[in-house]
Ligand binder design. Structure first.
Ligand SMILES: O=C(O)[C@@H](CO)OP(=O)(O)O
Ligand SMILES: [Mn+2]
Ligand SMILES: [Mn+2]
Length: 559
């Protein structure tokens, strides 16, 4: 789009008037699947969501929330919050980090970019450190990308490599960490044979070490800093395979929450602390859980915890994680340029916006929604409210989380009549679903449903409109299944709990007293996905969407 023909001004919708507040509720991790005992949404008491589904068929439908519909490499890729909220907010499908990294590795362009050339300056004298999530989940990182990067770095002169691993168990089955670590150790040994000194130097579980997000708990990042950078951790092992096997033997241990460990040599000395002159790459492509460690690695001025030592390193992210903060300043692959999001258009067209969630999902309805843009577009037009999440617990312990508080804030924002768009994320189905605790997830789904009720009641009172949807599936399927849908058992005959997101579509419902009469879901967008929601919301606010947005899901039918 040439700059001369560009305007922020949105055309008026020919039929739908302005002035009705629109509440957008995103149920995180709330997909649609066959009803059985592993479908926690089905099991839970969810009268509000049930009534939306059963109510009017032309006001409830499913939309695609995974794979190519949200810019992921293939339709075997499950959805996730980053790509889901990006699509919801941006109204278009962008090739996402996972795909961009695949392309850069396949073409070799990654090695020609500024970021790689920058870290390469350290290869002669220093060590190359790679820090990130070790699995093939494809949400934050992928093992095959790490393997290619390792091989490429060695071909381009890296002589000493240390990998700092975060075990997963959230996007992949719990317990799968052992296999991933074995694979990586074999790969590193093979590199060894080609004259590269390569080892796993430290690690820990992703939810306990390094990968916190939205500043929920800096202790998580500190544990990672101590292990990866300082080479200090409460557990020391001769190898990472031994570490992961031993640490998993502890009671209630799981991959997501493994404690931090370091690998030590025969003298008990850490094999890979990060020191002056080294290069560091954080190899996750997804932003939210890398921003905090990126700040610790990059910022000269930093007061979130005592770093003890701040080595002079050359640091690059796999991607730039925050375009607004330009963090990190060096990166191997350029992130998708998600510009002209619906949030930015709407503030430029006089729409007052309120957004709210609790900490663990706060950036989802703000940062991700706005195309990985942190902060306000226009503080006069927007108010973002963050409710502090519980920290230091796994969410099955408190499955209701802050759903009620989020709903109350949304209710108050709606009743204040100060806002045209009120946007919330209800985290329960997702955050509790990830724990694999079926009973707790049922409680979580009910809590989210109660919160939706409160928001719809407020919309009713002010004569507004609601859009209730989700970003991807999770709580609707808690068991790993074979191709024909039968639950899979492990070698002890227990069902294999699925902690991850799913490939399922998600519901979207519209309604409320302010909905212009005879607005219906169109029948000619059968493959509609999350990216179609932005144009739909713009219409409900009385605007036409920009031409290059994915088409709206609604039409006004003349009776
Ligand atoms: O917790 C996370 O980081 C991801 C799963 O890896 O979940 P979501 O995409 O819902 O934020
Ligand atoms: Mn999500
Ligand atoms: Mn999730």
């Amino acid at each position: 789009m040439g700059s001369s023909d560009f305007s922020w001004k949105l055309a008026d919708h020919p039929m739908i008037p302005k002035g009705k507040p629109v509440a957008i509720v995103v149920l995180d991790g709330w997909g649609e699947a066959n009803p059985d005992q592993y479908n926690c949404i089905h099991t839970a008491d969810t009268p509000t969501m049930d009534s939306l589904k059963k109510g009017a068929p032309e006001k409830w439908r499913l939309v695609r929330a995974h794979g190519t519909a949200v810019g992921l490499p293939t339709d075997d890729d499950m959805g996730n919050s980053e790509v889901g909220h990006n699509a919801l907010g941006a109204g278009r499908i962008f090739a996402q980090g996972a795909k961009l990294v695949d392309l850069a590795l396949a073409s070799g362009k990654i090695y020609e970019g500024e970021g790689f050339k920058y870290i390469k300056n350290s290869f002669d004298k220093g060590t190359l450190h790679l820090i990130g999530l070790l699995s093939d989940g494809g949400v934050h990182s992928r093992l095959d990308q790490l393997q290619l990067l390792l091989k490429g770095a060695c071909e381009h002169g890296a002589k000493r490599v240390r990998v700092h691993i975060l075990t997963d168990g959230r996007d992949v089955l719990d317990g799968s960490s052992i296999g991933f670590v074995e694979t990586l150790e074999t790969d590193l040994k093979n590199l060894h044979e080609k004259c590269v000194d390569a080892q796993i130097a430290s690690g820990g579980g992703r939810m306990y070490v390094t990968m916190d997000r939205y500043e929920n708990d800096w202790n998580v990042v500190k544990r990672g800093w101590d292990a990866h950078v300082l080479g200090e951790a409460p557990y020391k092992f001769k190898s990472a395979v031994e570490a992961v096997k031993k640490l998993r033997e502890e009671q209630n241990a799981n991959d997501q929450y493994l404690p931090p460990f370091v690998t030590v040599d025969d003298n008990g000395k850490a094999v890979g602390p990060i020191v002056d002159g080294d290069a560091v790459v954080t190899f996750n492509f997804r932003a939210d859980r890398m921003v905090m460690i990126a700040k610790a690695l990059e910022y000269e001025d930093f007061d979130k915890f005592d770093r003890v030592r701040f080595p002079k390193i050359r640091y690059a992210g796999m991607l730039q994680y925050d375009g607004e903060l330009k963090l990190p300043s060096h990166y191997l692959v350029s992130p998708p340029e998600i510009e002209r999001t619906s949030g930015e258009y709407l503030v430029n067209n006089g729409i007052h916006t309120f957004a709210c969630s609790e900490t663990v999902k706060f950036g989802h309805v703000t940062f991700f929604w706005n195309g990985n843009h942190s902060g306000y577009f226009n503080p006069e037009m927007e108010e973002y409210v963050e409710i502090p999440s519980d920290s230091g617990i796994s969410f099955n312990v408190k499955p209701m989380m802050k759903a009620l508080e989020i709903a109350e804030k949304a209710r108050d924002a709606i009743l204040s009549r100060k806002f045209d768009q009120i946007r919330v994320n209800l985290p329960n189905g997702d955050m509790v679903g990830h724990t694999g605790d079926i009973e707790a997830t049922v409680v979580a789904c009910k809590a989210a449903d109660d919160a939706v009720r409160m928001i719809l009641d407020a919309i009713e009172q002010v004569g507004g409109i609601y859009v209730v949807t989700a970003d991807h599936g999770n709580a609707e399927d808690m068991v790993k299944r074979n191709k024909s849908g039968k639950p899979l058992l492990d070698k002890n005959g227990n069902i294999q709990i699925l902690t991850s997101h799913t490939l399922h579509p998600v519901p979207i419902a519209i309604g409320g007293p302010g909905l212009f009469p005879s607005v219906k879901f169109r029948k000619d967008v059968p493959d509609g996905g999350l990216a179609n929601v932005a144009a739909t919301v713009m219409n409900l606010l009385g605007f036409e969407a920009p031409n290059d947005y994915e088409t709206t899901l609604i039409e006004v039918v003349d009776n």
